[in-house]
Design a protein around this ligand. Structure first.
Ligand code: NAD
Length: 473
């Protein structure tokens, strides 16, 4: 078991003021795999003070210098590739082979891309006696969940460093290990002291202090809608900028003339990826009533192709959920689907004997779902797909938009032009058409209760920028 006893604050490893610790569990066997300190408010204050002191010098660096630091960090992440894979897979259960691809390499590449964006903050315009300039936003608190812990970190850290802000990072209590590795990397490359500060701790204990501290200019939060609301409330009294990347219940419209086999495969694979723990997962599949039975048969087939098993096993396509708690939450939703009258097509609450120690849930598909059922309205965050029938496209669009969320969506139609026409009528921050995949150049964020603000792409950089107008005459 790995044991860590310090926080990375002001360029040093510091003994916490708090004596409390957090046990990190491996969800494949429910055994403790690491122990980290749990910060208290005194630790929070130290980390924020370090970021505050470092801000003037860091925001004054040349963009070329920040670029070099980002590249050096990315190179070192590549050197620590295996450590990052193990840290993520052991703490949240994603199979190692899959972790390499979807959790680590993609994150390194995405982080490296921010090196080419450091001069964005230097750009200005001058028109009609007004010079419009950009400044770094300031001290940023970055709070993340456990499902794609490295990707979520670099999606915030990249633009913060690129534009000249300083940060205090707080990973999810379940997955602190990759952030600790990143702090080691940052120490090694010699990023100026105080630019990056890491504390580990429970959000419900230190979240209020992190998000209300007067030295903090911005909170960038990814997590549940419930916690996101608390973050915004804590930040309100000091008028901070708050970027919230929250939950989803994303619709996937398949039209009658779509390539049914390709569309269903795409939709089922999307939901089962990372054991269903993806905020933008297309968990409501909307299909024409005329093709309903065909879709259900295909979906069952694709879901059952998965090999659910030990993350260390190269054959596993799905590992456990991130924790026993998450497993119980998801199983409750499955029970509620059955009670509400949906038809269980595959999966369910049964867990094979050899997987009983871990937090496993089998790939689950419900048919005969109506959009008013709990399983169609609430984010389950597990490998559970709801198939809903529609009579015509207008009804499909209306069902797609009948949700409190608006994070992502997808359309598979006979051709791209008709898919695009439907996409533009969906109230969601992203729409994937004709089987397209996540792209870190595309701004990502939610309409409605899925959040505020955007990550990735140029819009993601803008979140970390203040505009200053210089009026010249
Ligand atoms: P969570 O909200 O419980 O925790 C997320 C983070 O918030 C953790 O670091 C936690 O410690 C912290 N936190 C909890 N209470 C807090 C408070 N009062 N103040 C400040 N911080 C607090 O979410 P989770 O269960 O870890 O993650 C799953 C959720 O994250 C899902 O709802 C999922 O949709 C969402 N998510 C959204 C995105 C996105 O980009 N939109 C991406 C991934 C996950």
């Amino acid at each position: 078991m790995q044991s860590y006893s310090e926080f990375f604050i002001n360029g040093q490893w510091l003994t916490p003021a708090s004596q409390a610790t957090i046990d990190v569990y491996n969800p494949a066997n429910n055994k403790v795999c690491a122990r980290v300190p749990a910060a208290n408010n005194e630790d929070v204050d130290k980390a924020i003070a370090a970021a505050y002191q470092a801000f003037p010098a860091w925001s004054g660096t040349k963009s070329g210098q920040r670029r070099q630091f980002i590249l050096a960090i990315a190179d070192e992440m590549q050197n620590r590739f295996d450590d990052l894979v193990a840290a993520i897979s052991d703490s949240m259960g994603c199979p190692r082979e899959l972790t390499k691809d979807i959790q680590v390499q993609g994150s390194i590449d995405a982080f490296r891309a921010f090196a080419d964006m450091t001069s964005f903050v230097d750009e200005y315009s001058s028109k009609d006696g007004v010079m419009e300039c950009k400044s770094a936003v300031g001290v940023c608190v970055l709070i993340n969940p456990w499902n794609y812990p490295l990707s979520q970190l670099v999606g915030k850290l990249g633009p913060a460093l690129a534009t000249g802000s300083t940060v205090v990072v707080k990973p999810a209590e379940q997955t602190p290990l990759q952030d600790i590795i990143l702090a080691e990397i940052i120490e090694k490359v010699g990023l100026p002291a105080g630019v990056f500060n890491l504390i580990t701790g429970y959000g419900n204990q230190i979240g209020e202090r992190l998000c209300s501290h007067p030295f903090v200019d911005m909170v960038s939060f990814t997590g549940s809608t419930a916690a996101g609301i608390k973050v915004a409330e804590s930040a309100a009294s000091t008028v901070k900028r708050v970027c919230q990347e929250l939950g989803g219940k994303s619709p996937f419209i398949i039209t009658p003339d779509a390539d049914l086999e390709a569309a269903v495969r795409y939709g089922v694979e999307d939901v089962m990826l990372n054991s269903g723990q993806t905020c933008c997962a297309l968990t409501r599949m909307l299909v024409p009533a005329s093709k309903y039975q065909q879709v259900v048969t295909l979906a069952k087939q694709v879901a059952e192709e998965n090999t659910v098993g030990d993350p260390l096993d190269a054959d596993s396509t799905m590992g456990p959920l991130s924790s026993k708690l998450q497993q119980q939450r998801v199983l409750q939703y499955i029970k509620s689907g059955i009670e509400e009258g949906a038809t269980l097509v595959t999966g369910g609450t049964y867990i094979p004997e050899q997987l009983s120690e871990g937090a496993y849930v089998m790939p689950t598909i419900f048919a005969d779902v109506t959009n008013d059922m709990k399983i169609a309205r609430e984010e389950i965050f597990g490998p559970v797909l709801c198939i809903i029938a529609y009579q015509n496209i207008d009804q499909a669009i209306s069902i797609a938009n009948d949700t409190d969320y608006g994070l992502s969506s997808s359309v598979y139609a006979g051709d791209s032009k008709s898919a695009l026409k439907i996409a533009r009528q969906i109230r969601a921050g992203q729409c994937y058409i004709q089987g397209s995949y996540f792209n870190t150049s595309a701004p990502f964020g939610g309409f409605k209760q899925s959040g505020n603000g955007r990550e990735w792409g140029e819009e993601g950089l803008r979140e970390f920028i203040e505009i200053q107008s210089i009026i010249t005459d």
